[in-house]
Design a protein around this ligand. Structure first.
Ligand code: 5GP
Ligand code: ZN
Length: 113
């Protein structure tokens, strides 16, 4: 399967990795949309949020707890940050391996574009 994020998981494409364990990996976004912008992904390939099953609930929860831990380490927790997961074309998804965006270091606007 030709998946960019699976290649990052395997180490075939370099990334600035912030955290990694058996289930998840977090790395800096290559085109940051905020002073802090990193991605947290499951190591196992899941194409979109639509493909999740109940068995995926633990790893999806781990995306969020990992995001929160890294946000704290990066010092953006108290000021606040935004978490985004885009699904399919209308949601703005461009890489079809689910990922949680964590954006911080500037004030976010609402509603998002
Ligand atoms: P999406 O648009 O699917 O929600 O988000 C995909 C994200 O992956 C984008 O923010 C984009 O900048 C990031 N991205 C795309 N290619 C690469 C890459 O090769 N390395 C890293 N670290 N991030 C990437
Ligand atoms: Zn993948």
């Amino acid at each position: 399967m030709d998946c960019l994020f699976c290649k990052i998981v395997k180490g075939d494409i370099p990334a600035n990795v912030l955290f990694e364990d058996d289930d998840v990996i977090a790395f800096e976004d290559i085109m940051p949309k905020a002073p802090t912008h990193f991605l947290v992904i499951p190591k196992r390939h899941i194409s979109t949020l639509n493909d999740l099953t109940d068995e995926d609930a633990p790893v999806v929860g781990k995306l969020q707890t990992t995001a929160a831990k890294i946000a704290k380490q990066k010092g953006i927790s108290d000021a606040g940050y935004r978490v985004v997961m885009n699904c399919n074309e209308m949601g703005g998804q461009t890489v079809y391996h689910i990922h949680m965006h964590v954006l911080g270091g500037r004030a976010m606007t609402w509603p998002p574009g």
